[in-house]
Design a protein around this ligand. Structure first.
Ligand code: SF4
Ligand code: FES
Length: 248
């Protein structure tokens, strides 16, 4: 057992030197308690210090270690070598994002999308804290709690077939984040938030394949958030036609 090995087929690309990406194979020790991130760290420490990738917490919290593992978006700190042993493991950068170098993707566009849904409480008439404005019942919290568990790992964007065709699509995590605030009893920002969520690049592009929910490591259920938002949006539209005076 001590000498058993596995092969990692790792995507390599250095824009300063390479004209195109390539794959490089590394033989790594096979240990039952190693996650894929451990094997990448072993390569970096022992074989090739130029291998470039993101990680931080190693406990499924920071959301930075997402990669394609045999074509499926995963947190590399959360999947064990033993799940694949003795077969090779192909490690690639998250799909549907530009590659900066090796396994590191460009995430500025993703961050802009999150920001565009105004992920904060909007309430111009916010009463002072002494009046208990921030208190919520457990039922009110339960309304949106699931959508607040996102760690911004971007796995859902890598899995989304719409994102592959339309890079400007707002995407699952941003829509779920918008719903998180739209459903918050303290918030009055639905109207301005929905201008983004229901825009051309927004919610209607989703074909409800559900891959985003499949790959989400935190059970946020972004596909559910999208469907819920579509229903809310449709009801708002009907109301605005039938009762234009009642629409804020
Ligand atoms: S919704 Fe899930 S898969 Fe998408 S970014 Fe958040 S935690 Fe990751
Ligand atoms: S290293 Fe933080 S989620 Fe994997």
């Amino acid at each position: 057992m001590a000498d058993e090995k596995m092969t990692l087929e790792v995507f390599r690309y250095n824009p300063e030197e390479d004209t195109e990406p390539r794959f490089q194979n590394y033989e790594v020790p096979y240990k039952k308690d190693w996650v894929i991130l451990d094997a990448l760290n072993w390569v970096k420490d022992n074989v090739d210090g130029t291998l470039t990738y993101r990680w931080s917490c190693r406990m499924g919290v920071c959301g930075s270690c997402g990669m394609q593992i045999n074509g499926v978006p995963k947190l590399t700190c959360a999947v064990f070598l033993k799940n694949y042993y003795p077969n090779p493991i192909r490690v690639e950068p998250l799909a549907n994002f530009p590659v900066i170098r090796d396994l590191v993707i460009e995430m500025d566009g993703f961050m802009e999308k999150l920001k565009s849904v105004k992920p904060w409480i909007i309430d111009d008439d916010e009463p002072p804290l002494s009046e208990g404005a921030y208190k919520q019942t457990p039922a009110q919290l339960a309304n949106f709690k699931q959508f607040s568990m996102c760690i911004n790992c971007m796995l859902c964007y890598a899995a989304c077939p719409v994102m592959a065709l339309e890079p400007d699509f707002l995407g699952p995590a941003a829509i779920a984040l918008g719903q998180r605030y739209n459903l918050d009893s303290r918030d009055k920002g639905n109207k301005e938030r929905n201008e983004v969520i229901f825009s051309h690049e927004g919610i209607w592009d989703c074909t409800f394949v559900g891959e985003c929910t499949e790959v989400c490591p935190k059970k946020v259920d972004p596909a559910g958030a999208i469907q819920q938002a579509k229903v809310d949006g449709a009801i708002d539209m009907v109301k605005s036609v039938l009762m234009p005076w009642g629409k804020k």
